[in-house]
Write a protein of this length. Structure first.
Length: 367
């Protein structure tokens, strides 16, 4: 009976998020909270940015009601609210990149000092000895959290993509949290998953959606990244509610493999080209698929399968009991292969017999 009640709660969360995303559309259009099409964008019509507000309001309402006195949840909501509001201001065009970055740092400090979430070590990445972070624990934690937050923002360039990757990663973390007995984080992740599902019903290319009816906006993509960063760090150390880690740090890295690899490759490319690391372009993984003639739906499915495969790979290393350095070096090998693919993707696609569609932004420079 209790399990049945949980499913009714999750259905209500999904319905609330979807309903809010629709209800907020007129207000979003009135205040200009919309995304306009452009030469570097996939969509072709003005689209309301109500996905982020819908997810935030749903998540905040449920967590505040279900966990009114939980310090972890209070800190998560405080930091998440900072991230959401900075993203919302950025979506409205009223926030400079520097101010947004400083707010993100402040939210990460809330995570560390109020939520007790920071990484103590990297595990056994090189030898059998644990690589302790020591006095660098807090700076490295903040750097890692900022990386995840902005990685999710940067991959949010195609219908259903960031939401789908979030659901895969969050489902994996929720599973590990459940096995470890971290009930609060388990619930937080489940609520986040079904809140995002409500948004996905209006954003992903389902049969009833010829095109996305709403977008996440920076308010939604950065919020999702913040939630995953917090749970990723908290579950990977001994400071969570169970007193022991739910998985080794490299296991969580596999859950976030696609956004981390994609963002790292793009930052390297832009740095070599003398461009800003945060300047928009058409060199993301989904752009490579679209240029090769795949439809939006086919591209989404391929990338989701890659994300699931990476999550399964991480679980395999976790369950095998192999030392962390096996997982670490194999991840680096996969990242190197990914880098080569993105660098030479047009050659590979020609070899596979697919037409590569060129435009002014598709010229592949030698790196």
């Amino acid at each position: 009976m209790e399990q049945m009640l949980h499913w009714w709660v999750f259905l209500a969360i999904t319905a609330l998020a979807a309903g809010l995303a629709i209800v907020l559309i007129p207000a979003a259009k009135k205040v200009g909270l919309v995304d306009h099409p452009g030469e570097r964008k996939v969509h072709e019509s003005v689209t309301p940015l109500t996905g982020g507000p819908a997810i935030y309001l749903t998540l905040a309402a449920f967590l505040a009601w279900h966990f009114p006195d939980d310090r972890f949840v209070q800190a998560l909501l405080a930091g998440g609210t900072m991230i959401f509001l900075s993203g919302l201001a950025d979506d409205s065009g009223h926030l400079s990149p520097v101010v947004r970055f400083l707010i993100q740092v402040a939210a990460c400090l809330v995570m560390v000092y109020l939520g007790g979430g920071y990484g103590e070590d990297f595990g056994r990445l090189f030898f059998d000895d644990v690589l302790e972070l020591g006095f660098l624990a807090v700076p490295i934690t903040i750097f890692a959290a900022l990386g995840v937050i902005n990685a999710f923002n940067m991959i949010d360039g195609m219908d259903g993509l960031s939401g789908g990757i979030f659901m895969v990663a969050a489902a994996g973390m929720a599973m590990y949290a459940g096995f470890a007995g971290a009930e609060t984080m388990h619930w937080v992740l489940l609520v986040a998953i079904f809140s995002v599902l409500g948004f996905m019903l209006l954003n992903a290319r389902f049969p009833w959606n010829e095109k996305a009816r709403v977008f996440l906006g920076d308010s939604g993509s950065t919020l999702m990244g913040f939630i995953l960063a917090w749970c990723f760090i908290a579950l990977g150390n001994d400071l969570n509610e169970t007193g022991h880690r739910a998985y080794m740090p490299m296991t969580a890295v596999w859950l976030l493999a696609i956004p981390l690899m994609d963002t790292s490759t793009l930052i390297w490319r832009r740095w070599r080209a003398g461009q800003s690391a945060f300047e928009a372009d058409q060199h993301h993984l989904h752009h490579a698929y679209l240029r090769a003639g795949f439809s939006t739906g086919q591209t989404w499915l391929n990338i989701m399968l890659m994300a699931i495969a990476a999550a399964v790979m991480g679980a395999g290393f976790e369950l095998s009991g192999l030392a962390d350095y096996f997982s670490f070096w194999f991840f680096l090998l996969c990242a190197f292969v990914y880098f080569l693919y993105m660098r030479k993707s047009w050659h590979i696609q020609r070899f596979l017999g697919r037409d590569f569609i060129y435009n002014d932004f598709d010229e592949e420079e030698e790196l």
